[in-house]
Design a protein around this ligand. Structure first.
Ligand code: M6R
Length: 625
């Protein structure tokens, strides 16, 4: 998804903007650009392709100026091209805009502007914003309202406010205007934007890693807010036009946490981060052998009361987070014996769901900014449900709008394919399931404590498992050319099969699907031939026999098989390969069983010559529908 940034300070803006855009690359993009303001002139440079293409263009010319805005574009309206790249300017070239989001009514605005002689250069929705601001700004200037710093709302701000009022859809915007060399204007609606407060410089960006080389003091912009960034201070204005004072938050994690730390790719690093991340998610919530959610001690929402009363749990999310929800369904039903309904957020939001008065609604999102997930959350809220969010991003829209939030504490996840966010989401969900089980007296105090002790072993077991990555690497080097890879399992293992298939297709571009192993004979077996690899996830001991039969059926049709299972298992004689994971309780297996599947996807991607961190067509944070 697009990344935006802006800089105003004493340094040269161009290198700062390029540095920030590099930190936003993980979001996925197909072109990039910057606009720098100097002595009343805005210079724009943009290029299709990786940032290096833009850097090449910049190498030919010295672009001076200490105010600028920058953008990495992930095409939505109009193909990736130099012209469609941001920044976009108005007809005069005096107003430059970068945008993340989608302007849904851009066609009608474009037609309206065209009737006023505006000539469009690009196919983007964003260009209308630059022209609209120009339309209102020219009007303001014509009516005598020239810029008078310190004399109430300057015409520029009024022009931006008027333009924003006409926009339907989502936006994070940074705007530079030649008449105003002392400020950048930023605005947000349904797309994230963070302000970085530096010494004699201020910045804006879609995400924190872009700010960290300059500052750890940040302000998360709220829905509908405008910000005016000067060199030495920042003004915030809410949707009603009132001034807002908000204390900055301090970013506690290190910039290095967002770097590769010696690994070839962010994805591999993040797979390896999982042992620590699981521990970071678990430890703060264990007090005296029990589970304590200190974040839930709010007057109006006692988790204990809500969980105790809940008749049903509804979980909704997208992609990998939805797979975490699938695992949670089995965990909640197994431990707490409470019915769980799981829905993909994009389905939930349009299917006219029936909210139950005593539903506990859980929304899961790594980024906390996924458009469909936020829409589902708002719908559930409107239906009167209390919202418990699980997210990795402090200050995200989800965290701010939910009634309660459990943070996954996974640290920044940069690779597009989610790994440590998934396992830490699972850890949060298991903690909730066990707490709920105890609150509802579904487990004895003794069993509850034993379960917690076992959860606490998982980081170590993950470490042990990761030390065997070479075995998976070797297996991937033999199998990466398979044209079809299926994952199958039962119950918890079915949920992990779904996530495993997603990982493989995302980064290796291999056609991979998951199915419940019991469904094999109901259709998928028709596809099995000698070009097929079937990976069975088999951690539910009571169902081992069933999986043995499934594997025999695959071998009989020429398919190759790999089983991911416990060390003590019966699969050696039937499967082509067995990869073992250290033993924990069967219901806790998902937090371990996914790790070999992540590694398999990673190494297949490498073997196929792909960049696993930036898979084609995908974005890290899907902030549009
Ligand atoms: O940020 P979110 O967890 O809401 O993102 C949801 C999905 O877009 C995300 O999990 C996606 O499927 C990943 N690329 C999976 O690796």
């Amino acid at each position: 998804m697009c990344g935006i940034t802006g800089y105003i300070g004493d340094s040269q803006a161009a290198p700062v903007l390029l540095g920030a855009l590099k930190k936003l690359e993980y979001r996925g993009y197909d072109s990039a650009g910057i606009a720098v303001l100097d002595e009343g002139t805005i210079t724009v440079r943009k290029a299709k392709g990786p940032l290096s293409a833009l850097e090449e263009k910049l190498a030919d010319a010295v672009i001076t100026g200490s105010l600028g805005i920058g953008h990495t574009r992930w095409a939505t309206h109009g193909e990736p091209s130099d012209i469609n790249s941001h920044p976009h300017t108005d007809v005069s070239g005096q107003i430059a805009v970068v945008h993340n989001g989608i302007i849904e009514n851009y066609l009608s605005l474009k037609e309206w502007l065209q009737t006023r002689e505006v000539v469009f250069r690009s196919e983007t929705d964003t260009e209308v914003i630059a022209h609209l601001i120009n339309f209102y700004y020219t009007g303001e200037k014509a009516s005598g309202g020239m810029p008078k710093p310190g004399f109430g709302e300057p015409p520029l701000l009024r022009a931006v406010q008027n333009a924003l009022e006409r926009l339907e859809g989502s936006y994070a915007l940074a705007i530079a205007v030649a008449d105003y060399p002392d400020r950048i204007i930023a605005a947000r609606k349904d797309s994230p934007l963070v302000i970085g407060l530096g010494q004699g410089e201020n910045l804006i960006a879609s995400d924190i890693p872009a700010l960290l080389p300059h500052t750890r003091d940040v302000i998360y912009m709220e829905e509908g807010e405008l910000a005016v960034l000067y060199r030495d201070h920042v003004e915030l204005i809410n949707a009603q036009g009132g001034r807002v004072i908000r204390a900055p938050s301090r970013v506690e994690w290190d910039a290095e946490a967002a770097e590769k730390g010696g690994f070839a790719h962010f994805m591999l690093k993040e797979i390896h981060d999982q042992a620590k991340a699981l521990s970071d998610t678990l430890r703060p919530r264990i007090k005296n052998g029990g589970i304590v959610f200190e974040e839930f001690d709010f007057e109006n929402f006692s988790f204990e009361a809500c969980a105790g009363e809940a008749k049903r749990i509804v979980i909704t999310a997208c992609g990998t987070a939805w797979h975490a929800a699938m695992v949670a369904k089995y965990a909640f039903e197994h431990f707490a014996r409470i019915p769980v309904e799981v829905d993909i957020a994009s389905e939930y939001r349009y299917r006219n769901p029936v909210p139950g008065e005593k539903d506990l609604v859980i929304i899961i999102s790594q980024s906390g900014e996924t458009a469909d997930t936020l829409a589902a959350m708002r719908l559930a809220k409107k239906g009167g449900n209390r919202i418990l969010a699980i997210t990795n991003v402090v200050g995200s829209t989800l965290a701010r709008e939910a009634d309660l939030t459990l943070f996954t504490w996974a640290g920044p996840e940069i690779a597009v394919a989610s790994t440590k966010a998934f396992t830490t989401q699972l850890m949060c969900l298991y903690l909730l399931a066990l707490k709920l089980a105890r609150v509802r007296s579904r487990v004895t105090e003794g069993a509850y404590r034993n379960y917690i002790d076992e959860l606490a072993r998982l980081p170590l077991l993950a470490e042990e498992l990761l030390s065997k990555q070479k075995l998976i690497q070797r297996f991937a080097s033999r199998q990466f050319n398979k044209t079809k890879v299926f994952f199958m399992g039962r119950q918890f293992d079915y949920a992990i099969s779904l996530e495993s298939a997603l990982k493989l297709k995302e980064i290796s571009y291999t056609h991979s699907e998951a199915f419940a192993a019991g469904e094999l004979k109901h259709g998928p077996i028709a596809l099995v031939d000698k070009n097929t690899l079937v990976v069975a996830i088999a951690t539910q001991t009571a169902l081992f026999d069933k999986i043995i039969s499934n594997i025999k059926e695959i071998s009989a049709r020429g398919g190759a098989s790999l089983v991911i299972t416990w060390e003590d298992n019966p699969f050696g004689p039937v499967a082509d390969e067995v990869f073992t994971i250290p033993k924990t309780l069967d219901p806790f297996s998902p937090m371990l069983a996914i790790i070999p599947a992540q590694l398999f996807a990673y190494y297949c991607s490498i073997q196929r010559g792909n960049n696993p961190d930036k898979p084609r067509n995908l974005a890290k944070s899907v902030t549009v529908e």
